[in-house]
Design a protein around this ligand. Structure first.
Ligand SMILES: [Zn+2]
Ligand SMILES: [Zn+2]
Length: 177
């Protein structure tokens, strides 16, 4: 299986190009290409797709799946964040004609002398899908505000005290300062 990541669009045959690659984590974190390396990739990633040509436009449709070590914003533990997304791009070798400005925005012009680096496309797409706040699981209970205990591990002292405490109801109320 060859991983010819750089594609000269003008050389694409009529049948286009399809690929299905397993990309080693180290490669996504290396500094090849022109997009910033990814961080914390922990398994082989999947990158598959195709490029088809019609009426002057090269349409890339693909999907990727990557796992990265991230930190949960609630409980602060590290976990494996699985991201999976579809990727749609359009390219042209020349400034597209007969299109309104909005349509043109979707099309990236690649000069004839350049090639399209599919590794860059993949990493750019993963960065775009990056979510700043991720949780280890939707039901993550996070840390206790009082003692800092991870509430996924069980109830802490503050919680068991709070419910019997005569002022427990007050704790649930909000006061204007
Ligand atoms: Zn968590
Ligand atoms: Zn606590």
């Amino acid at each position: 299986m060859s991983q010819q990541m750089c594609v000269h669009l003008q050389d694409l045959s009529k049948s286009g190009k399809t690929w299905q690659w397993d990309i080693p984590a180290e490669r996504l974190m290396s500094d090849e290409g022109s997009v910033n390396p990814l961080e914390g990739v922990c398994h082989t990633a999947l990158w598959q797709g195709s490029i088809e040509y019609a009426h002057g436009i090269y349409t890339l449709s693909g999907m990727w799946r990557v796992t990265m070590v991230r930190r949960c914003v609630r409980c602060l533990c590290k976990f494996e964040w699985l991201a999976e997304q579809e990727c749609q791009r359009k390219y042209s070798l020349t400034e597209p004609q007969d299109m309104d400005d909005e349509e043109k925005l979707d099309i990236e012009v690649i000069p004839l002398s350049d090639s399209l680096n599919l590794m860059d496309v993949l990493r750019e797409d993963i960065w775009l899908a990056w979510e700043a706040c991720v949780v280890c699981k939707e039901t993550c209970k996070g840390l206790c505000q009082g003692c800092g205990m991870d509430l996924n591990q069980g109830d802490c002292q503050c919680h068991s005290l709070a419910s019997d405490h005569p002022f427990a109801a007050l704790a649930a109320m909000k006061f204007d300062k």
